[in-house]
Design a protein around this ligand. Structure first.
Ligand SMILES: [Zn+2]
Length: 338
């Protein structure tokens, strides 16, 4: 039987890569060449229609992506989960799908239903439910392994994850996630052309700093630093306060993005008010099928239905964010307890 999973060293050897070659890009290209189903979906992605909405200090790209309909509509109640096959477990992967070691506990796969031109899933090697407090450090380890060109994200079980039953991250190329570059550059002191979001330093411990970021659409937190343990400490301070103030059945609602910039870690925390916006549950003309996960929250909004793509307006976009993002009251309450 053909080998399905590789360590990073095995994969370098198989493709005769040099140390300076981008291992993950080579892995992606190999899968696209040998896996027709995924290749077709990545080709289709290039042709997808998009609309851009500009706000004074933020921009949002809305994408009409019919392949994402099952993720958008994913049922995440216990009964539906118990009755379906887990497509992240080894036995249920596509026959052509291969995996490469990302960290000791996570395997990187090419996501066959892409939103961005290089889109990975990093799955936990065991079938355990999505829960960040059990394995937070892994998102930092994974982002470090991927290197500065990539990011890794986390969708909480009640904040956008469509497979909350199997612990996983998603990843991709950073240049396709503009918010991360935009905020990262501001924090690095680089000038940007657009209006700026409001950024304040909230807390500083040795090795890491916590910032609050507010723009027209969202209120988010960013931790920046070299020291992973310090970042972990700051994250759990935020997580603890969120869990106290805004508890939820499985986990306080949040999305995370982890990336590296100039040798430092950047961790974005998107606190969430709701899993889905009101328009998701509306009927008739009012309905917009949108279920924001981390990428949507970061400004790449996926609409799987054509009619929704055609009718969506700037004020709909604003309303969607206002339904799922923390309000100013919630954000201030969180900041005051840090
Ligand atoms: Zn599984």
């Amino acid at each position: 039987m053909e080998k399905k999973f590789y360590t990073r060293d095995e994969f370098r050897e198989k493709l005769k890569l040099n140390d300076s070659d981008d291992l993950f890009n080579a892995f992606f290209n190999m899968q696209i060449n040998e896996w027709e189903f995924a290749r077709k979906n990545y080709e289709t992605l290039k042709e997808l229609k998009v609309k851009e909405f500009n706000f004074p200090d933020a921009s949002v790209v809305v994408q009409f992506n019919p392949h994402r309909v099952s993720s958008t509509l994913a049922l995440v109640d216990e009964k539906s989960i118990a009755n379906r096959k887990c497509f992240l477990c080894d036995a249920n992967l596509h026959p052509e799908q291969k995996g490469i070691e990302l960290t000791k506990n996570y395997t990187l796969l090419v996501n066959p239903f892409p939103i961005i031109p290089v889109h990975f899933t990093a799955k936990f090697n065991k079938h355990h439910p999505q829960k960040i407090s059990d394995n937070f450090i892994e998102i930092l380890n994974g982002a470090e392994a991927l290197g500065e060109n990539y990011f890794l994200l986390y969708n909480g079980p009640e904040a956008g994850a469509s497979v909350p039953e199997h612990r996983h991250f998603q990843g991709g190329t950073k240049k396709h996630f503009p918010l991360i570059n935009f905020i990262g550059n501001i924090l690095a002191g680089k000038k940007t052309e657009k209006g700026l979001p409001k950024i304040d330093e909230e807390k500083n411990i040795e090795g890491a700093t916590l910032y609050s970021v507010r723009d027209t659409l969202r209120r988010i937190l960013v931790i920046k630093g070299k020291d992973k343990e310090a970042i972990e400490k700051l994250f759990f301070i935020v997580f603890g306060v969120m869990t106290n103030l805004f508890p939820s059945a499985k986990e306080t609602k949040l999305n995370l993005v982890s990336t590296m910039q100039n040798g430092e870690h950047l961790l974005f925390i998107f606190p969430r008010k709701a899993h889905r916006p009101k328009c998701f549950y509306a009927e008739g003309e009012e309905r917009l099928l949108v279920s924001p996960a981390t990428l949507d929250f970061g400004g790449v909004v996926v609409l799987p239905r054509k009619e929704d793509f055609e009718k969506i307006t700037q004020s709909d976009v604003e309303q969607i964010f206002s339904d799922v993002a923390f309000s100013e009251e919630m954000f201030s309450a969180l900041l005051s307890k840090l």
